[in-house]
Design a protein. Structure first.
Length: 136
């Protein structure tokens, strides 16, 4: 299955939610399953620029498959990361490089009041692709 389609299906539940508060509640539930990045990997090399919260992404290539790990200060962002990681982990580098930032618009972060949170989709996908290029 195409990774964009896989992620779209996972995000479909957000289309049914009417308010930003409901979407944030679901993201916080996802954040409860989140496994944080080891402290020694929280470096500028893995930091996503342009976010209010500190957000870190690290990609690993295991037998030709991509597995992401990361961390964030915000429970909402941890929830977003959990959804993305569940969708991407086990994909090929080529599949990851086809990801489009618009895919995350369903979550509704652009409806938020802060510009940095609205830019998260673009910055997050960009950083994931940068990390994957390093280990391809």
């Amino acid at each position: 299955m195409c990774l964009n389609k896989k992620l779209s299906e996972r995000l479909a539940e957000f289309e049914e939610l009417e308010s930003t508060e409901e979407k944030f509640e679901v993201l916080i539930e996802y954040s409860e399953k989140f496994k944080p990045l080891k402290q020694e990997l929280k470096t500028n090399e893995h930091l996503i620029e342009g976010c209010t919260s500190n957000v870190f992404i690290k990609a690993n290539n295991i037998d030709g498959k991509i597995f992401l790990e990361g961390d964030a200060d915000s429970l909402i962002i941890k929830g977003v990361l959990q959804i993305i990681f569940e969708s991407i982990n086990g994909s090929t580098p080529e599949e990851v490089m086809e990801l489009k930032p618009e895919i995350l618009e369903t979550i509704g972060l652009s409806e938020s009041t802060t510009q940095s949170r609205a830019n998260l989709s673009y910055n997050l996908i960009k950083k994931i692709k940068e990390e994957v290029k390093k280990i391809k």
